[in-house]
Write a protein that binds this ligand. Structure first.
Ligand code: NAD
Length: 350
């Protein structure tokens, strides 16, 4: 795809730069070890562009490549971001429909996805997304064989499994954004109620992203104080039903945004940028993300499913899974989600 209208096209020669800067004599070539950090975002829709702009404002990369199937929309988005150059850290932004542009990426973020057609079953939608991933994942793996893959498109858990299979990458390098966003919504609701900073609320939603996500009540703390233990110590009564209502409110808050504005974008943009930071900058922070969950918390070793668990993320991808305490009920729900996902994957035949 054509570069942003360059001045040379308008008749100004490259020699003009010599009028501004005189080259330093006998300068050594740049060190080969000084690599540039590159992220590719596949799908320049609402979610892809929110992620791209959050990554840019947070100064996480040197190069950003955008890929989409619609060339005009893609070029428009690229130019719109490039035109903010005067207000942003310097980042080279490219866009093309050809995956060659993603070559040597450190991180590839997939947000492209087919939308549900009225009357279409979830399985049919999944089949269409599988066909889409057959177009997207192999070239990404070919052009960036060492990259980390981060899947955002829905249904994120099954599509992360599909991306893992199609890429041939080791499982630690294929991650789904999973319940990182659900957990952030959960933390917001609790923080809002308690009038504290959401960053001081430790709370995880795990399992399947969306309707059947599991809230880990036993591990919620605010400023290091366990919430359930504190309620019990102060003899504040609560009913189990109340906890389930709060979990449902977290799930429904996503539907409310979609109903009101048609899609979600800002929160997923920040959520994915926080994952990108932990991965690219080797932050070793714990995030609930979708990972190959077989063998964890009693999930059958034979069931190759991706589900969200609190994972430590760094430059190597998933470095480990935190051993949080799960009640028997929470573990049961997790295994139930694993069974459902496994059945769906069998129907897809991949
Ligand atoms: N995991 C999460 O927490 C989370 C949150 C929000 C949205 N999502 C998901 O993110 C996805 C994107 O949502 P959106 O609102 O941006 O949708 P959108 O329709 O605005 O964008 C999708 C983009 O993908 C592009 N695309 C389609 N086929 C392509 C191909 N073969 N190659 C490259 N690009 C292609 C489309 O042209 C479009 O620009 C959806 O699957 C949505 O459900 C996930």
């Amino acid at each position: 795809m054509k570069k942003a209208t360059s001045l040379s096209e308008l008749g100004i020669t490259d020699d003009i730069s010599k009028a501004f800067f005189r080259p330093i004599q006998s300068a050594a070539p740049p060190s080969p070890s000084k690599r540039r950090t590159k992220v590719s975002v596949i799908g320049a829709g609402n979610v892809g562009m929110a992620i791209a702009q959050t990554i840019l404002t947070q100064d996480l990369v040197d190069e950003l490549a955008l890929v989409d199937a619609k060339p005009d929309k893609l070029r428009g988005e690229m130019l719109d971001l490039q035109h903010a150059a005067a207000f942003l850290p310097r980042t080279r932004i490219f866009a093309d429909t050809d995956y060659a542009i993603t070559a040597s990426s450190d991180l590839c973020i997939i947000t492209a996805g087919a939308r549900q057609i009225p009357g279409e079953s979830r399985l049919d939608l999944l089949q269409r997304n599988l066909d889409l991933f057959r177009i997207i994942v192999p070239p990404l793996a070919k052009y960036s064989p060492e990259a980390l893959l981060l899947v955002v498109s829905n249904p994120v858990d099954v599509l992360t499994y599909i991306a893992w299979k199609l890429s041939g990458f080791p499982p630690n390098r294929v991650i789904g954004s999973g319940t990182n966003l659900d957990s952030s919504r959960f933390r917001f609701l609790l923080a809002d109620h308690l009038e504290v900073n959401a960053q001081d609320v430790q709370a995880y939603m795990v399992g399947e992203h969306g309707d059947s996500s599991v809230a880990l009540w036993s591990s919620i703390s605010v400023g290091g104080v366990p919430v359930l233990g504190s309620l019990e110590r102060h003899q504040i009564e609560y009913e189990e039903g109340v906890l389930e209502k709060i979990r449902k409110a977290v799930v429904e808050s996503a539907y409310e945004v979609i109903q009101l504005k048609g899609y979600t974008s800002w929160a997923i943009g920040y959520s994915v940028a926080s994952l990108a930071r932990s991965l690219l900058r080797d932050q070793r922070r714990i995030h609930p993300v979708s990972l190959l969950a077989k063998g964890f918390y009693g999930i059958d070793e034979e069931k190759e499913v991706f589900l969200s668990l609190p994972a430590q993320l760094g430059r190597g991808g998933v470095l480990g899974v935190a051993s949080v305490h799960l009640t028997e009920e929470e573990a049961k729900r997790l295994r139930c989600s694993a069974d459902t996902l496994w059945e769906i994957q069998q129907k897809l035949g991949i």
